[in-house]
Design a protein around this ligand. Structure first.
Ligand code: AMP
Length: 379
């Protein structure tokens, strides 16, 4: 592939915060960016050169995007693969490729793929009918998690199952969509690794972060994760195997469970920049967003070295108002970086922004980040 160089145009399907932060980097590097999103003034649209206001399956707008751009990428994993194929059929490359989406948009295909690479996942079975459900109960048993195979995020469409009665109730409530039955694993920690690959087959991985979720939504990411150097290296190795196996071009976030015996199981692959990699903007030589732009443009990848321990905490909406009070107080704290995504309405649990604290060690960074967030409230 001939590299896409500064001065050329990148298309970004999806106008959320991941597109916005990627666009900041692309603009810094001298690219033009056109985004496509149905919501006017999207977080990405506010900082891109232009936004096409259209749905992700709107043919005319996808064709216009392909005409205006030299390369196209996306910032959320539920872009229909037909939309990607339409852009490609109009002569423009899209990274990551539709084949990557095909694997990651379905948890059964995703976990089957991981297993075929010889990597570990929690025991699972695809469930499409009552016979499959019975088989899952017999073969895997309880406790289990029943998830929708496609379309879920942040724990949506998931049920924890402790008995056959609960299994039947959850199955019936799911309305006939394809499901996956997974053994509920007793993990010590949730980790993620952001990694990147380009068409020249360079693959790089960031040090793993340790992730703490509240209500299934990422709350805190700690970098580096508080695990042994061996586990850190193994997590990075696994992530690189996944990126290479997928033939990924771009950045992906790979979520893993660390079991008490130090086995790592892969839970999920997100073929895009990831919430747990936001700290890399300030803590690494090359952030996940710059890395994504480099990868999709066919440029050499950057260093993933962590130059400071870092903790990122999310700022979620509370549903109590959309004006954020306490920002001046927060900014009195040294070594914190404050990000808001430009979303107008702070609905409950909506990702509105984040704070990254850098410090000499992760414990201090954690204290600083949490104290900084305490200053904020929605009014
Ligand atoms: P997911 O949507 O797959 O990322 O799941 C959301 C959260 O549910 C994860 O971050 C875990 O905390 C929990 N979870 C998901 N799958 C499992 C599993 N097989 N065993 C234990 N916990 C799980």
């Amino acid at each position: 592939m001939t590299p896409i160089l500064p001065g050329q145009t990148i298309g970004m399907v999806g106008g959320g915060q991941l597109g916005r932060m990627s666009t900041f980097k692309a603009k810094q590097m001298g690219y033009t960016v056109v985004t496509l999103d149905p919501a006017p003034h999207s977080p990405c649209g506010q900082v891109a050169d232009a936004q096409l206001i259209a749905g992700y399956t709107d043919h005319l707008s996808l064709i216009e995007l392909s005409q205006r751009c030299d390369v196209v990428t996306y910032e959320f994993e539920n872009v229909p693969s037909e939309s990607v194929e339409l852009i490609v059929s109009h002569g423009k490359p899209v990274f990551p490729a539709a084949s990557v989406l095909n694997v990651t948009q379905n948890r059964v295909r995703e976990k089957t793929f991981v297993r075929q690479l010889g990597l570990n996942v929690a025991d699972f079975l695809g469930v499409q009918d009552r016979d499959d459900l019975e088989q899952a109960i017999d073969q895997i048993g309880f406790p289990a998690i029943l998830k929708t195979a496609g379309g879920g995020y942040d724990g949506k469409g998931q049920f924890v199952i402790g008995s056959a009665d609960e299994a039947v109730r959850a199955f019936e409530a799911s309305g006939g969509v394809e499901l996956i039955w997974e053994r509920q694993v007793p993990f010590d920690l949730e980790l993620s690794v952001i990694c990147a690959r380009n068409q020249q087959d360079e693959v790089v991985a960031y040090p793993p972060t340790e992730n703490i979720h509240v209500n299934n939504i990422l709350d805190i990411s700690i970098a580096p994760a508080r695990v042994s150097p061996e586990v850190q290296a193994e997590a990075q190795h696994i992530a690189c195997e996944v990126a290479a196996g997928l033939g990924l071009v771009g950045v992906c976030g790979i979520e893993m469970f660390l079991l008490p015996d130090e086995t790592l199981l892969i839970n999920e692959i997100a073929p895009r920049p990831h919430n747990s990699g936001h700290h890399t903007i300030e803590s690494c030589i090359c952030s996940q967003f710059e890395q994504h732009i480099r990868a999709v443009c066919g440029l050499p990848l950057g260093s993933t070295e962590l130059i400071s321990p870092a903790v990122m905490v999310n700022i979620l909406g509370s549903g109590t108002g959309s004006r954020l009070a306490g920002v001046p107080e927060l900014l009195r704290t040294p070594n914190v970086h404050f990000h808001l995504y430009g979303k107008r309405e702070a609905k409950a649990d909506r990702k509105m922004g984040h704070i990254t604290a850098l410090s000499v060690d992760v414990e201090t960074a954690l204290e600083v980040a949490l104290a900084a967030r305490q200053q904020l409230r929605w009014e």
